[in-house]
Ligand binder design. Structure first.
Ligand code: ADP
Ligand code: MG
Ligand code: MG
Ligand code: MG
Ligand code: MG
Ligand code: MG
Length: 682
């Protein structure tokens, strides 16, 4: 997590008093990095992935699966394993693995979580793409090797019974502790390092009440309606925050959760890229932004919360709500008297602005209502930063620092970036622009953050590789994905719908190519196809004509493929226009055709692209869909939305078996194949 310094963490009222100081020092540190690194050139095209795991305790004889809270012990075992640092990569005979440096394990918010990254970032060569899957498998195996025999690292996004009544952790602790004040999860659910409970407590204090994570429940045949979350306790009187549910925090038809762990306890798949220079980094940030919601929908894996089927498929909004520290004034519930702004989004949200100085970025794509701290922007401008980047950071810096160590306030150290990172790393947007560290030894990086973790490493590798390939295509062809940033927000909401991949359309740019644009004739409103070639380059024209609604299938596979595979989605009922969109996979393929890739590599890449292609067309299922199917076909499921311990035990057993089979070389190209595989086992 980068910020694991030890010290005295300030409680909220004291932290609030120091917020201004931290921001002003943070800006000075940022300007220091900016001035040192803005001219950095020719950094290598490196990239790296991050995989997050839940650690579960499972045994055939126990009636339920529990979350294991042994994160610290497991990390310690990993750290002290000398063999690991020497030749962990050589345990497996395959030639791909012998060259892998040992992976790195990191703590995460949940005390039942681990994060693993490759031992060093991946390089630019195509053969690097083939190492990722083996490395992910290696990470999983090494993690397992440092656990108890009945502990397993699994890559479900969320633990389906986190916060359910009764015991769900080992060891068990009572709920309603002083830090989280949750009626569903104990304080011990969080990593005990002072940073994490302080973060949770200060978010709660700043808000003036607990966080409210409400997810619409899935209405099944026998779900009572209106549905009242039966696990909410209205009779608790231990903390002032116990009034929250009596004051309407738990509306009907929503699964109600009340703690940071319900969001930050979820696992995701992140990819970080190093750009050759800051200009390229800013371009990558902008161009990958509109892909965020599409990739969120494609990786959907989160259909269960707190023991109930949800009516949404992804984790995003739950994390957003779980760390939403906005006060009633900032939320617009009370007149602004003490706070400075009404703030439309949580500090965990899709990003709110573009940052490139690309001439193709039209002012209309930016949000005219973006909230920024004008004083901070002025300081950045005075320090030599350009307007657009200054705007980005002046937006991030509208937030208060949440965890402040008093030891760090003695003097400003311009050789560090701690105060800058304090604000930066608690702005959890779907893209992150990462400046070089103070010592400047690495370059400008961009992180792609929206994807959900997948059950198998084949899938995780496929999505990682796909994002890498798309990035290469963007840079090689200088593609233009710009749409108004507020449409990216809308797409992010759309991505939450059940089966959004197959049932929803997303705003997407019609013409990605740099020189010509093919705006639909808005005067006639006709849907006559317009060809790119027949129109001259037009620098302006209505922005609304530059994009239209597309299915994920169309975006990924192109209009022709989408019409053939999901015709019902492409009858042009919404009048979006029928112009042809080439599809991202065909673009990746023509890019691969144009560069020198050996046959073996190309074949392996094809298996990854095939997964993405078929996910987008519905031929393969998302994990969310498969989990729903597993639950609703389980003999114990009563069609009332409740997912009990036995169902979760069987689900986790299936996930563990898949992981083990995959480690032994079995390929799961289709998550549905899991069921046949499990039948064979029995
Ligand atoms: P964070 O948790 O802040 O996102 P991590 O330290 O976990 O960051 O690393 C994120 C990813 O960045 C890892 O996969 C790592 O291998 C990768 N990485 C490290 N250095 C570089 C670099 N110079 N360029 C690109 N990726 C890098
Ligand atoms: Mg990390
Ligand atoms: Mg992190
Ligand atoms: Mg880090
Ligand atoms: Mg992480
Ligand atoms: Mg990360």
């Amino acid at each position: 997590m980068g910020l694991l310094a030890k010290g005295t963490a300030l409680d909220w009222p004291d932290a609030k008093k120091q917020a201004h100081l931290v921001r002003s020092w943070g800006i000075k540190q940022l300007l220091e990095i900016w001035n040192k690194a803005k001219g950095k050139e020719a950094d290598a095209m490196l990239w790296g992935d991050e995989v997050e795991y839940l650690v579960v305790l499972y045994s055939e004889n126990d009636p339920k699966v529990l979350l294991s809270l042994r994160q610290a012990d497991i990390l310690e075992a990993l750290e002290s394993d000398k063999g690991l640092s020497k030749d962990a990569g050589a345990q497996d005979g395959s030639s791909e693995q012998t060259s892998l440096p040992p992976p790195v394990f990191h703590p995460e918010f949940g005390r039942f979580m681990l994060e693993a990254t490759p031992g060093k970032p991946w390089g630019i060569e195509f053969k690097e793409l083939l190492k990722v899957e083996s490395d992910m498998k290696l990470r999983r195996r090494i993690a397992k090797d440092h656990m108890l025999p009945n502990e397993y690292p699994i890559t479900l996004t969320t633990f389906p019974r986190l916060g359910s009544p009764g015991v769900f952790t080992d060891p068990a602790y009572p709920v309603s502790g002083p830090k989280l004040r949750s009626q569903f999860v104990p304080d011990e659910i969080a990593n005990p390092h002072i940073r994490f409970p302080t973060l949770a407590a200060n978010i709660r204090s700043r808000r003036g009440r607990k966080v409210q994570v409400n997810v619409p429940v899935f209405k099944d045949e026998k779900t009572p309606w209106p549905w009242r979350d039966p696990t909410v306790n209205y009779e608790l009187h231990r903390w002032p925050e116990d009034d929250d549910v009596r004051n309407g925090a738990a509306p009907d038809n929503f699964i109600h959760m009340d703690a940071m762990a319900f969001g930050m306890g979820s696992c995701c798949l992140q990819i970080t890229f190093q750009a050759k220079n800051i200009t390229e980094g800013r371009q990558m940030y902008d161009q990958l932004s509109p892909l965020g919601p599409i990739m969120l929908a494609l990786t959907a894996a989160t259909p269960i919360y707190k023991g109930f089927l949800a009516d949404t498929d992804v984790r995003w909004n739950q994390i957003s709500n779980a760390v939403d520290d906005r006060t009633p004034e900032e939320l617009g519930e009370k007149p602004l008297t003490n706070d400075r702004w009404r703030i439309p989004k949580s500090r965990y949200a899709s990003n709110s602005t573009y940052i490139s100085e690309d001439a193709r970025l039209r002012p209309e794509y930016l949000d005219p209502d973006l909230i920024i701290d004008e004083d901070i922007k002025q300081q950045l401008l005075d320090g030599g930063m350009d307007d657009r980047l200054a705007t980005h950071f002046a937006h991030l810096f509208i937030r208060d620092p949440l965890v402040i160590f008093s030891e760090d306030l003695k003097e400003l150290d311009l050789n560090k970036t701690d105060h800058f990172e304090n604000i930066q790393s608690t702005n959890w947007q779907h893209m992150r622009f990462k400046p070089p560290p103070a010592d400047n030894n690495i370059g400008w990086r961009v992180e792609f953050r929206p994807m959900e973790i997948q059950i198998t490493d084949f899938e995780n590798a496929a999505f990682a590789v796909f994002i890498v390939l798309i990035t290469r295509v963007i840079l090689s062809y200088n593609l233009n994905f710009y749409i108004p940033i507020v449409k990216v927000d809308e797409n992010m909401e759309t991505a939450h719908a059940r089966d959004a991949v197959l049932t929803r359309k997303f705003y997407f740019r019609r013409n990605l190519f740099p020189t010509t644009r093919a705006p639909r004739s808005s005067a006639s409103g006709s849907s006559t196809p317009t060809t790119t070639a027949s129109r001259p380059p037009t620098p302006t024209g209505p922005v609304e004509d530059e994009y239209r609604l597309m299915s994920v299938n169309e975006i990924i596979n192109g209009t022709a493929y989408a019409r053939a595979t999901t015709p019902g989605m492409h009858d042009d009922k919404d009048g979006g226009g029928e112009d042809e969109f080439p599809g991202l996979i065909p673009l990746v393929e023509s890019y691969l055709d144009s560069v020198n890739v050996d046959v073996t590599t190309r074949c392996r890449l094809a298996t990854y692209l095939d997964l993405i292609r078929k996910r987008a067309s519905g031929e393969l299922w998302t994990a969310a869909r498969w989990i729903r199917h597993f639950v609703t076909n389980h003999p114990d499921y009563r069609k009332d939305s409740a997912v009990d311990d036995k169902i979760v035990k069987d689900l986790v057993a299936a996930v563990i078996q898949v992981g083990e089979a995959e480690a032994q070389g079995k390929a799961f190209r289709d998550i549905r194949g899991v069921e046949g595989f499990l039948r064979e086992l029995r």
